[in-house]
Design a protein around this ligand. Structure first.
Ligand code: C5P
Ligand code: C5P
Ligand code: C5P
Ligand code: ZN
Length: 468
């Protein structure tokens, strides 16, 4: 194969060989869907290669977290879904003899080098759209176990979707190769389908009511509207007194709902560009049970965020690794809570509104939104009428008594015009005594409390520069 993955092969092989020489490995990963799937892929590959390891999850790989890792008695540390952005600090510890780092990440690398470093950005691939942390870890797993590890492509797709790398409607770049390998391994299927969240597990009216990526007047946000719309169609809506889900419908019934929905959108004046967004590629994990969150990559990723972002990465990791006896129920309980928090947080933003600067818009949620999910909410808010769609949003939330979390989200259109939020977050945060980074389209930072207004002022100027 001559696609993008082979470009990473030499680095992947060198990282894999280093891991194979390790007596044992400390596996450190990030607490979100991409970080969890990265950890699960790495864990599976290490197990299969008989390399002993322990796992640790971090919210942010800040200097304290790295120092903590350095104090542990491991001479090899595998960082997944983070590490590149903190390479300067990691390299210092490595030089002091604390450990040898092996990194599989897709974030913007800091200005430092290290021997065992796998990152799509180092080979000219885009880390926000073409390969995720889990995809990068999958490439490493292939180098460790080759054909036998191709089944792990399914988790890599869950990670990519969790990082919203399919926001153009489908996965692109090296991600496409991962999908193809998953399909060939019999663990994945891709279909063109309605691009609504919850096709596996949501009752039909909820599927439509909660579809807020593309708002359809009279249906989105309205339970009564959604039920009314469905009742007019020739489909079996209920069975044994229960609402049907999308997966329960026949192919004909799905076609009926989809075309009626598109017609309604056209009739109600939804612009053509938004109507295209109603259809997209769905990634199905074919070995998972039908009607469960685990069968749909998007639903699976939300389930994982619901665990790791609430200090229960152990639950998410167990679910990824197929150990589901008690953990799946636990994950579902956490998911209910997560959804409630997202809905409450989004309502808060809509109610309180955002402040417009010259080139950015911003809100400070303080204690009202948990800092681990303020970025997700900022991204969801950017898709609603409550915010302008033509400028990035910067969101703040309290992290501790002394620190604030910053999350920034933009659009691909703005990125094409020059926006790079990773540079904005890094540069401005460091000028104010904090640190940050991430991707061009989505980035974050930690800053000392009280610096929020100054942060916005400076960020506004940097964004003006980038877009000017
Ligand atoms: O760690 P980091 O890579 O985890 O997280 C990526 C974040 O960027 C996710 O929260 C994802 O929702 C966000 N993102 C986004 N829009 C994109 C790509 C990523 O909001 N187009
Ligand atoms: O709508 P609800 O509050 O149940 O959504 C909760 C979860 O569903 C979130 O993780 C959110 O990111 C996801 N979601 C989504 N796309 C939507 C609606 C919800 O990804 N259109
Ligand atoms: O936390 P949030 O979802 O806003 O993070 C968006 C992106 O920015 C993620 O990829 C995350 O890893 C990155 N980030 C970072 N440094 C921080 C905070 C977030 O690189 N201090
Ligand atoms: Zn990631």
């Amino acid at each position: 194969m001559g696609g993008p993955i082979p470009a990473l092969d030499a680095r992947a092989r060198s990282c894999a060989e280093r891991l194979a020489r390790a007596e044992r490995v400390l596996l450190a990963s990030h607490i979100d869907a991409d970080g969890l799937t990265s950890a699960a892929i790495a864990a599976e590959a290490l197990d299969r290669a008989d390399i002993p390891f322990e796992t640790v999850f971090e919210k942010q790989l800040d200097p304290d977290a790295i120092a903590g890792i350095a104090e542990r008695d491991f001479s090899t540390v595998l960082f997944t879904d983070f590490g590149s952005g903190q390479l300067d600090d990691i390299a210092d510890h490595a030089a002091a003899g604390a450990f040898t780092p092996v990194i599989a990440d897709h974030h913007q690398p800091a200005d430092a080098g290290t021997e065992f470093h796998l990152n799509p950005l180092l080979e000219g691939l885009n880390g926000a759209t073409e390969l995720s942390g889990a995809g990068t870890t999958y490439v490493l797993a292939r180098a460790l176990g080759d054909e036998a590890n191709r089944d792990l492509a399914a988790l890599a797709v869950v990670g990519a979707v969790g990082d919203m790398q399919d926001s153009s409607g489908e996965l692109v770049g090296a991600n496409r190769e991962v999908v193809a390998e998953g399909v060939a391994a019999g663990v994945l299927a891709e279909t063109t389908d309605l691009a609504l969240y919850g096709k596996q597990s949501r009752p039909l009216p909820k599927l439509l009511e909660y579809a807020n990526d593309v708002r359809i007047p009279g249906i989105s946000g309205s339970e009564r509207g959604a039920i009314g719309f469905l009742s007019d169609l020739d489909i079996e809506l209920e069975r044994d007194g229960e609402w049907q889900r999308w997966v329960d419908l026949t192919t004909d019934e799905r076609q009926t709902v989809a075309s009626a929905l598109l017609q309604r959108a056209v009739a109600r004046g939804v612009p053509a560009s938004r109507i295209d967004d109603l259809v997209g590629t769905t990634y199905t994990l074919t070995n998972e049970a039908e009607g469960t969150e685990l069968r749909d990559a998007s639903e699976f990723s939300t389930l994982l965020n619901a665990t790791a972002r609430y200090d229960r990465a152990d639950v998410g990791l167990a679910v990824c690794r197929g150990d589901r006896d008690d953990t799946l129920d636990e994950a579902r309980t956490l998911l209910t809570n997560h959804r409630k928090n997202l809905a409450t947080g989004l309502d808060w933003v809509k109610r309180e509104g955002v402040t417009q600067g010259e080139h950015v818009q911003w809100f400070d949620a303080g204690e009202a939104i948990r800092e681990t999910i303020v970025g997700i909410i900022a991204g969801m808010a950017l898709g609603t009428d409550a915010l302008r769609g033509d400028r990035p949003v910067i969101a703040f939330a309290a992290k501790s008594d002394t620190e604030s979390k910053v999350s920034a989200r933009g659009t691909h259109r703005l990125v094409r015009s020059g926006l790079d939020l990773s540079a904005v977050m890094g540069e401005v945060a460091r000028a104010l005594g904090g640190d940050g980074g991430g991707h061009d389209v989505a980035a974050g930072a930690t800053i000392p409390s009280g610096q929020e207004e100054k942060f916005v002022e400076r960020a506004d100027a940097v964004v003006a520069d980038q877009l000017g």
